[in-house]
Write a protein of this length. Structure first.
Lengths: 205, 205
DNA sequence: AAAGCTATTTATAAACT
DNA sequence: TAGTTTATAAATAGCTT
């Protein structure tokens, strides 16, 4: 009556495969929930992205992800083995992947517009010069127009630079430890730290 | 000596983004280790496959996997409804809140430029008309220029709208309360059950 | 960014409903 | 198969240094 109180509350268990099948099912459900909760808390507390994928004993897939599993797994896979894609962007803040995609589409469209406008500006400028050397009317208003035109061109140039800078910033590869300036130079394996359960448990599986 | 010892041990904390950066870093490391350990235990206890991917605040990737992250993510993705994959690569990634502000600032600046250009466009257009009714040269090149000019104006208008929408998205999203569970969160989609942190925390971050 | 140290808060193994 | 309870095992927040 003294030594071992079987106790009613939690009991220590060895971390090894649970034999009783129904018991295993219960533990799986409970711990899976606990794991997802932990992941959720970590994501919130530190404002980081997390993906957790668990296949049940019956091969059913359970997952947790912030902002979502797909974007994270893609980001992970795209960086690990294969060299990062082009200087093409990886990008923007948002808690929703769908919108992130929309954003990059929009920004890309903007860039296209900017380029188009630059060309327009050049064309206009050329035509202006042609007209100018063509004679007649040397009216002040014409001068003003030329002036305005050049201002427009300058504005467009500035705009393009601004947007380019913006896009550049937004589409930066979050590879290095530099807050927002990682460049996708060469995929560094060192940026990947992968743990396996063997680090926690010596038991072979 | 009795009342409130701030206590030395663990104190309850609210699950919300940690403000102090160094504190956040410590918490990230500790909880990440804890999360991986939990994943490891679940994997062992129930003999199931698990993958956990975490991107640190500095966008460094940490992962835990049994038997390995890649095989699990592939298995997961292959079963998922394949993403549409637009012309643009999967360069959609997430940035952190801090950058949202910068983005807004930049985009706002762009908007200002757009407005300025729009004015230029209008002025030019008016001058063009004035010139036109003013005489001489009814050359085709002039027609072309007018045409181009109007195209430019249209492009600018479109650009402005696009940017406005973009800014709108960025400004609105962070405060939106619509969870992105839409994808397949929280519910069951075939053999997929995806949870998101919103299931645990009602607060949007 | 790394290790210990508590004092508490959490997570849970089993039993129970 | 899933909640509730209980008593205990674990995880960890805030400090050291």
């Amino acid at each position: 009556m003294v030594s071992e109180k079987p106790a009613m509350g939690r009991r220590k268990i060895k971390i090894e495969k649970i034999s009783k099948k129904n018991h295993l099912q219960v533990t799986f459900s409970k711990r899976r929930a606990g794991l997802f909760k932990k992941a959720s808390e970590l994501s919130t507390l530190c404002g980081v992205d997390i993906a957790v994928i668990v296949f049940s004993p019956a091969q059913k897939a359970f997952s947790f992800g912030h902002p979502d599993v797909d974007s994270i797994t893609r980001r992970f896979l795209s960086r690990s083995p294969s060299p990062p894609s082009s200087g093409l962007p990886q990008l923007i803040e948002t808690r929703r992947n769908a919108n992130a995609h929309d954003q990059i589409v929009e920004l890309t469209r903007i860039l296209v517009h900017i380029e188009a406008e630059k060309k327009y500006g050049e064309v206009l400028d050329q035509m202006r010069r042609a007209d100018r050397s063509r004679c007649c009317w040397e009216s002040p208003i014409e001068e003003l127009e030329l002036h305005e035109l050049e201002q427009l061109r300058g504005a467009l140039e500035e705009l393009k630079k601004t947007v380019a800078r913006q896009v550049n910033n937004i589409l930066i590869e979050p590879t290095s430890s530099l807050p927002f300036l990682a460049v996708n130079g060469g995929g560094e394996v060192g940026d990947f730290v992968t743990y396996t359960r063997f680090l926690y448990e010596p038991t072979i599986v």
